[in-house]
Design a protein around this ligand. Structure first.
Ligand code: AMP
Ligand code: ZN
Length: 112
């Protein structure tokens, strides 16, 4: 899939709306359109790479920024317990081929 017909590239450019949660120099975080848990946020690098393997090997600075933004989102929105997962390949459940990490949690941060 090329950058032109990539749904996450369109969200990054603003062509398609998304519920933005946080952003950084190299990545954005937005709510998953079909949440599987009370917290379900996608962490997406601005650069188009097909999966996390490609990103980690070719773009270590962007990879680090994705991990940092995911950590910030987890601290901001959860009580601490969460998963940060990257599906890689169709057989592993990847359906959008612009790398993204899922922050999922059953324990949203309780407002004080
Ligand atoms: P994966 O199956 O790991 O590739 O995850 C793709 C995720 O993207 C799924 O959880 C979808 O619900 C989510 N998704 C697809 N389209 C959108 C969209 N337009 N805005 C937000 N999340 C989306
Ligand atoms: Zn893309």
């Amino acid at each position: 899939m090329t950058t032109e017909n990539c749904i996450f590239c369109k969200i990054i450019s603003g062509e398609i709306p998304a519920k933005l949660v946080a952003e950084s120099e190299h990545a954005i975080a937005f709510n998953d359109i079909s949440p599987q848990q009370p917290v379900h946020v996608l962490i997406v690098p601005r650069v188009h790479k097909e999966n996390v393997t490609e990103l980690a090997l070719a773009n270590p600075v962007e990879m680090q920024d994705v991990m940092r933004l995911g950590a910030q989102v987890a601290q901001m929105l959860t009580e601490g317990s969460h998963r940060f997962t990257f599906n890689t390949g169709v057989e592993a459940g990847q359906s959008v081929f612009h790398v993204h990490g899922h922050i999922t949690s059953r324990t949203p941060k309780v407002a004080v």
